[in-house]
Design a protein around this ligand. Structure first.
Ligand SMILES: Cc1cc2nc3c(=O)[nH]c(=O)nc-3n(C[C@H](O)[C@H](O)[C@H](O)COP(=O)(O)OP(=O)(O)OC[C@H]3O[C@@H](n4cnc5c(N)ncnc54)[C@H](O)[C@@H]3O)c2cc1C
Length: 602
């Protein structure tokens, strides 16, 4: 149980308008002994069962994925998030993130199977199931006796998930529903025992969720395994339901509640997918730096070349920042769940609301981390040169496996739009006060700027000041855009994309700075020298993106004096007093990673 008080933790999206103190963020350095043990046993499992056999995953050995899933079940790795009452370990949200994180290192095939089972395949029952449904199904799913899959997508219903054509028709005697329809891209379809299926009853506006047992004699059949770019041993098939009989007691929640269930399961899925892109990055960096330290060209190890150092520095920086943001949000969710439980909510209700509260952060993380893993694996190939292009090295499969993360759990385009859209909605409902701070930014722009030279002598103080100003850029642009377009803002997608990039960069950069500041205070600045450099480097890159996206957004909708004033604001809010020496920062980071012969900041 958390000892954090409600007043200390921000509501979802509030990071933008309220200051977060470094003492209030949770970091990987704050793990307790139990969490560290969980991490170690997950790593051992990955080394022994997955990493040692990664070629098998490339050779489409689906049976091996299933075998490893069973072994993970035996070790308890499938039950971390499941409440004790249903045979699980009932560990906190941070622990469940740790397992998703460290299990993702060796192959995307396994982390997809793991995520589809423990996340979207099990969660809809633990979050929305009746007591009977939970008692009947969850213990089997928790141990790996049964595996789950999630059937939302259809040929005509992808991003527009509520538009599915699968039908559920109530029998004349009112005892069962008959489900007919075609689902596609279903992970774990080849070996699952149970499906969460979304179907429409009559002409309902919204779909309804059902628990459907896999039974070949009940009108269920499959397409062939999909031939995919990556995650070769993750089973992905079409699933056909032909008058499949499902008892009425297997409806999840209420009629018409399926879209809500689908979206809430995806919120959890998104932050866990982000976690599942962390260890994948660390291992790629580990392999890349070992290669760069050993590979000799022009009579010197290639790590001595600035061009290679720059890559290593950026790769390490990305995952350091991602860790900071993922665990910051994970602990916010864990604390929010604890607060809700303490105020009388059932665990089920508390978890549901706790994650929903941070849906904005979940979308931000999904986009940022999935794009970082893409970049990291791409540069991993480049460090390996021709060998990186060879299927004999793990770089090639890591690059292909990473690609799916930008597509499933809601594409990155959808999540970008959601992040800003949800924030604006929260503001309209009065949950986050955007209007007040946005008005204050407008007034600040009309006033005379201060010409005093600020004192930035304390570590990361200029960076923290810049974060405050990046938030002002978002408020300035989003505030004016909402005023100008009102509800029609959602039609201006390019503007929303630009605004979401500003939001994403701000959250990620702030998370890294707070993590480093907290650690510098307790472990000393010298011990955190590389982490300070990474935080500065990421912020520098974030400021560049904010400048570019900010300009794009402002010019798209503001004209004349308004445009001039906002562009001037953008310049003022993104200005460094002391320009960082990025070459020096990258050299410092790369030298540390090279000396450690791996990524050692987690
Ligand atoms: C390997 C794999 C495993 C999967 N596993 C599962 C699973 O287990 N269960 C399941 O239900 N589904 C699963 N999916 C499906 C996945 O969630 C969908 O592919 C994803 O949601 C995108 O839908 P789509 O493929 O139909 O693309 P579309 O929705 O057709 O999108 C195509 C492009 O258009 C963009 N786009 C769509 N709508 C908009 C909009 N309103 N505004 C702007 N841009 C838009 C998208 O961002 C994308 O770039 C899986 C997919 C893959 C490839």
């Amino acid at each position: 149980m958390s000892d954090t008080k409600e007043k200390d933790i921000l509501r979802g999206g509030q990071f933008l308008v309220k200051e977060t103190k470094c003492e209030d963020v949770f970091t990987l350095e704050d793990l307790n002994e139990e969490q560290k043990m969980m991490r170690e046993s997950t790593k051992e499992f990955v080394d022994r069962e997955l990493w040692a056999h990664w070629e098998r995953f490339e050779k489409k050995d689906y049976a091996y994925t299933e075998e490893c899933m069973r072994k993970a079940g035996e070790l308890g790795l499938l039950s971390v998030a499941v409440p004790e009452a249903y045979g699980g370990m009932g560990m906190g949200f941070v622990s469940t993130m740790l397992v998703c994180d460290y299990i993702s290192g060796a192959t995307g095939s396994f982390s997809t199977a793991f995520g589809a089972h423990t996340g979207i395949g099990t969660l809809p029952i633990t979050l929305y199931g009746t007591e009977e449904q939970k008692q009947k199904y969850v213990p089997k799913l928790a141990t790996g006796e049964w595996f789950g899959a999630y059937c939302l997508t259809e040929p005509g219903a992808g991003s527009d998930a509520n538009s599915g054509k699968t039908k559920a028709v109530l029998s004349d005697d009112g005892k069962y529903y008959s489900i007919t329809g075609q689902k596609m891209w279903i992970s774990n379809a080849g070996f699952c025992n149970l499906f969460i299926v979304f179907a429409r009853i009559e002409d309902d506006k919204n779909i309804t969720g059902f628990i459907v047992e896999n039974d070949s004699e009940n009108g269920i059949s499959f397409g062939e395994e999909e031939k995919k770019l990556g995650i070769h041993s993750s089973s992905t098939r079409q699933v056909f339901f032909n008058e499949t009989k499902v008892p009425v007691e297997n409806m999840l929640s209420e009629r018409g509640n399926g879209f809500k269930i689908a979206m809430n399961a995806l919120n959890v899925g998104r932050i866990k997918l982000a976690a599942a892109c962390l260890e994948a990055q660390r291992r790629v960096i580990g392999e890349a730096i070992k290669y760069a330290n050993e590979r000799i060209q022009f009579k010197t190890p290639i790590i001595n070349f600035g061009a290679i150092k720059a890559k290593i520095a950026d790769m390490a920086t990305n995952v350091y920042v991602d860790e900071a943001a993922c665990y910051r949000a994970a602990k916010n969710i864990e604390d929010r769940i604890a607060i809700r439980e303490a105020s009388g909510n059932s665990h089920q209700e508390a978890e549901l609301k706790g994650v929903e509260e941070y849906a904005i952060e979940c979308s931000i993380l999904k986009v940022a981390v999935s794009e970082h893993v893409q970049h990291t694996t791409d540069e991993g190939i480049q460090v390996f040169g021709g060998m990186g292009f060879s299927a004999d090295t793990p770089m090639e499969s890591a690059w292909r496996d990473a690609r799916i993360s930008r597509i499933y759990e809601g594409t990155n385009e959808i999540n970008r739009m959601l992040s800003v859209g949800m924030l604006v909605k929260k503001a309209m409902k009065g949950h986050v006060d955007l209007l007040g701070p946005a008005t204050a930014v407008g007034e600040e722009l009309m006033g005379i700027p201060s010409f005093e030279t600020p004192d930035f002598s304390e570590v990361l103080s200029e960076e923290k000041d810049l974060i405050v100003r990046l938030k002002k850029v978002f408020l300035m642009i989003a505030g004016s855009a909402v005023q100008k377009f009102g509800p029609d803002l959602e039609k201006h997608q390019m503007l929303l994309m630009a605004a979401s990039d500003i939001l994403i960069q701000t959250y990620m950069a702030e998370s890294a700075i707070l993590r480093t500041e907290k650690n510098a205070k307790r472990f000393g600045e010298e011990a955190q020298a590389a982490q300070i450099a990474m935080s500065k480097l990421y912020l520098y890159r974030a400021v560049d993106i904010v400048q570019q996206k900010g300009k794009e957004a402002i010019v798209s909708f503001a004209e004349g004096d308004e445009q001039r004033m906002m562009l001037m604001g953008l310049k003022r809010f993104t200005k460094y007093t002391n320009q960082p020496n990025v070459v020096k920062l990258r050299t410092q980071i790369a030298d540390k990673v090279a000396a450690d012969n791996g990524y050692t900041f987690d």
